[in-house]
Design a protein around this ligand. Structure first.
Ligand SMILES: C[S@@+](CC[C@H](N)C(=O)[O-])C[C@H]1O[C@@H](n2cnc3c(N)ncnc32)[C@H](O)[C@@H]1O
Length: 298
């Protein structure tokens, strides 16, 4: 019998969040946050509260233990993060600067697999913290980032807004479009004939959740450490069932099948030892010790 699934927030259900901030000078930032929620129709209700004590690690721990709703904090550096088990987690796109600048097919397995070029249109259907989207967009490609969890979508939008203020990131930021939606619903809205007004999709990228213990080193067989960001994500989203995997892969393949230039491919990220998504053999795989990218071509 399989283990019971942890309770996770069902996506697109109105979710209440508590936002703690530490200074009245952050009011303008809170207003920008509320404006993003309205503009992108995120089903999030924010309760804001000013903290009058220091945001120490102990205080973070205490805040996240005593709340039944997700907690966001605006810290001393005006950085917004989500407090999960006392740890602050957020997209940290600036930390990827070196990788993004030097990203190429030699350095990034994902780019070897996806064969993205500057004129490609890519859908990252499971955006998460957006790190893989940045690598894909580093090529000059347009990347539509789909994220089903409103809280994650909000963190992504805030990060995009924050990074857009930095001149050397502006171009890349303008190539990212963040959408809070379930990938299957989004795929259903795409025109059947993709040769119309919108450019055909060249690549659909899928990186669905895996069971937490499934990252194993191929040589040692030992579980690789799952980062704090991924650990936190397991509170919000769970791995797909086999039926969900099948639907995701089949629909993604249907989207790229409309690519008239024959460039369409679906790329799936898996832990190195994990079974193929939906148990479907890929056309080609690329791997290192920790991860594998499986390619399904049109
Ligand atoms: C493993 S994480 C992706 C990590 C991401 N590749 C990165 O670089 O940060 C999976 C993410 O996809 C989202 N997700 C899973 N299934 C989805 C679906 N059907 N539609 C949209 N988002 C989905 C989850 O909420 C989660 O945030």
């Amino acid at each position: 019998m399989s283990a019971p699934r942890p309770a996770v927030n069902p996506p697109n259900v109105q979710s209440y969040c508590h936002l703690f901030y530490i200074s009245d000078s952050q009011q303008a930032q809170i207003e920008r946050l509320q404006a993003l929620i309205v503009q992108h129709q995120l089903p999030i209700v924010l309760n804001t509260e000013r903290l009058h004590d220091k945001l120490t690690q102990k205080r973070r721990q205490q805040l996240s233990q005593t709340s039944s709703v997700p907690i966001l904090v605006l810290d001393q550096k005006d950085k917004l993060s989500w407090l999960s088990d006392g740890l602050s987690v957020a997209p940290e796109w600036d930390k990827l600067q070196r990788r993004v600048v030097s990203a190429g097919r030699k350095s990034e397995l994902l780019l070897q697999a996806a064969k993205v070029t500057a004129d490609s249109r890519v859908i990252d259907a499971t955006a998460g913290f957006g790190h893989d989207s940045l690598i894909l967009a580093s090529t000059g490609a347009q990347v539509t980032m789909l994220e089903q969890q409103p809280l994650m979508a909000l963190l992504l939008l805030v990060e995009q807004q924050r990074m857009s203020a930095q001149p050397n990131w502006q171009k890349l930021m303008s190539r990212l479009q963040i959408v809070n939606t379930d990938a299957l619903s989004y795929f259903a809205t795409l025109p059947a004939d993709m040769t119309g007004a919108t450019k055909a999709v060249d690549v659909v990228y899928l990186d669905p959740m895996f069971p937490e213990d499934s990252y194993q080193d191929s040589k040692t067989g030992k579980g690789a450490k799952v980062g704090k960001q991924m650990q936190a994500l397991h509170h919000l989203a769970h791995p797909p069932t086999l039926d969900e995997e099948m639907a995701l892969l089949n629909k993604a393949q249907a989207v790229v099948a409309d690519n008239q230039e024959g460039r369409g491919r679906v790329i799936v990220k898996r832990p190195q030892q994990a079974p193929f998504l939906s148990q479907q053999n890929p056309d080609e795989s690329w791997h290192n010790a920790a991860v594998r990218f499986d390619g399904y071509f049109v």
